[in-house]
Design a protein around this ligand. Sequence first.
Ligand code: DOR
Ligand code: ZN
Length: 439
Amino acid sequence: MSGASGRGRTDDGVEMAIWLVEGVRPYGGRPVDLLLRDGVVAEVGRGLSAPSGAHRLDAGGLVALPGLVDLHTHLREPGREDAETVETGSRAAALGGYTAVHAMANTEPVADTAGVVEQVWRLGREAGLVDVRPVGAVTVGLAGVRLAELGAMADSAARVRVFSDDGHCVSDPALMRRALEYVKAFDGVVAQHAEEPRLTERAQMNEGVIAARLGLTGWPAAAEEAVIARDVLLAGHVGSRLHVCHVSTAGSVEILRWAKAKGFRVTAEVTPHHLLLTDELAATYDPVYKVNPPLRTAEDVAALRAGLADGTIDAIATDHAPHALEDKQSEWAAARPGMLGLETALSVAVRAMVETGLLDWRGLAERMAAAPARIGGLAGHGRAVAEGEPASLVLLDPDARWSVDPAASASRSRNTPYAGRELPARVVATFLAGEPTGE
Ligand code: DOR
Ligand code: ZN
């Protein structure tokens, strides 16, 4: 339906620009031109001619990947708009190369009803920068006592498929079992924040030699591993989909490897920070390094990288957790856990996985776009960079080096653990269904 005017038209008649992206390398392969029209990659070839009026983007030297998909984003709206809003978080996501994010349910009020998830979904549509997919709470108020209205959230306009009490563990095994059974009806997934609460009371950081030296109460690996072991058995027993949030220990990787070998329907994610940073940073007492689950040891980092490389861990998810200054700039024990992630995830993943030779660009695209889109049930995302596929893409400069400046972040918050660090690879442009968003 595009004419010589250089405009296209969507199904509902909205005019869209046409883009000719010249000389880009899909997955780091040989350079081609991509013609983006009507929300799809209409043509792929060398020396394509631009329709008159089309925008041209000289993408020589840039790598094209499918737009990234985040399974784990805290957008804080409703309730903590001083820390982040759907709009500011969406902008940070687009700048980071994302075209879809799953907005976690621990808002105020909690996203445990059709009304709240529809509100978040609508705010995402209004911002129009990424596909915002609300996550529904598993239990009312994240209290771990009664199941939330999972079916009503699934049937709502937000079409929720991922349910999580993230920030809290669904620690009651009978309730967890019922949630797993319930979501099966609409091919939903329960995303568990695996933390046995009785084992982490007053915990401040990873339990180990550093915690002993600093005199901080430890968060033992077993508190995560015990819940994952229990939940993979439950998922296997009822035949439902379990997703494990922010896996952080070597033991968790082993349990997941076993569960997958058994054929259980289990997926898992790891955060960029758990792939790069270790618990030694707690020795600075800078609360920017306080996060839940906590930063672990170098051995854990190595096991997480290996597990992500061999497919035991399916996806990288940011756990982007913006916090207002007063909640973060205090003494260690009083500070909230959590770190920004959306704008640095791709660069940190390149440092941990690509520069180390553990993943190539295709492997990275699988773990940051295709796998999370499958897990979240997003048909229009994480698709191949190929003719006829949605024009939701990220273009990045693999040779760029940049220094992280918290003040330059699109997020409302400033709690990045990478301030002043030089990171590799930079997002140059993001397209959501053919429209540029990353600026
Ligand atoms: O560090 C974290 N921050 N971990 C969580 O599970 C929740 C999150 C938050 O909401 O700030
Ligand atoms: Zn969590």
